[in-house]
Write a protein that binds this ligand. Structure first.
Ligand code: 2AM
Length: 171
């Protein structure tokens, strides 16, 4: 099964991100990520067999992360897949540390795939026709996070559906 670890926005922030996704969609086209799928990927694990997936869920349930607040103040693009995202102008030290710390454990558990760089972002659009984010509003959002989730990504011809499997301890 295709798995990833993510921060999931609290409901009020999810609503604000959804509004930004609507604005971006009106301007750039493409496929808008549904509100219920908005997230920040911390570690993409790819295909994982059932036994190691169960071990991951057990590991996560025993984990407590350092809570923090991420400031979102920038629009961004990944041109090749036509992704339009929101994130931070500057690297966020706490998120970078969290991502490194998670990958240290994931590698100890036998999972390959640590990326060479980490750009924290929330994807709002995929396959955007235009990647021009001029005239989109300035962003000033804060995301307070206390736990992470292990998510199963089920992909079919309608796109991806995300099913939470386990979460870390709440502080
Ligand atoms: P995204 O964070 O840019 O949207 C589930 O598929 C999540 O994992 C998505 O959020 C997606 O990107 C991310 N993802 C998918 N394939 C990936 C890959 N090969 N490497 C890194 N992240 C990936």
């Amino acid at each position: 099964m295709r798995l990833f670890l993510a921060l999931v926005p609290p409901p009020a922030l999810r609503g604000r991100l959804g509004e930004l996704a609507d604005l971006a969609h009106a301007r750039c086209g493409g496929r808008r990520v549904p509100d219920e799928s908005l997230h920040l990927t911390l570690a993409f694990l790819g295909e994982v067999e059932a036994a190691p997936a169960a071990a991951l869920a057990d590991w996560l349930r025993d984990l407590t992360i350092a809570s923090g607040t991420w400031r979102l103040d920038a629009w961004g693009r990944f041109p090749r897949p036509g992704i339009v995202w929101v994130g931070g102008h500057h690297p966020d030290p706490a998120l970078q540390a969290l991502q490194r710390w998670l990958w240290d454990d994931l590698e100890r558990l036998g999972h390959p795939g640590r990326p060479s760089r980490f750009v924290p972002h929330v994807t709002l659009l995929r396959r955007a026709r235009r990647l021009d984010s001029r005239d989109l509003p300035d962003i000033c959002l804060e995301w307070s996070y206390h736990h992470i989730e292990l998510i199963h990504s089920i992909v079919d011809d309608r796109g991806a559906r995300y099913v939470p499997l386990a979460r870390s301890n709440e502080q």
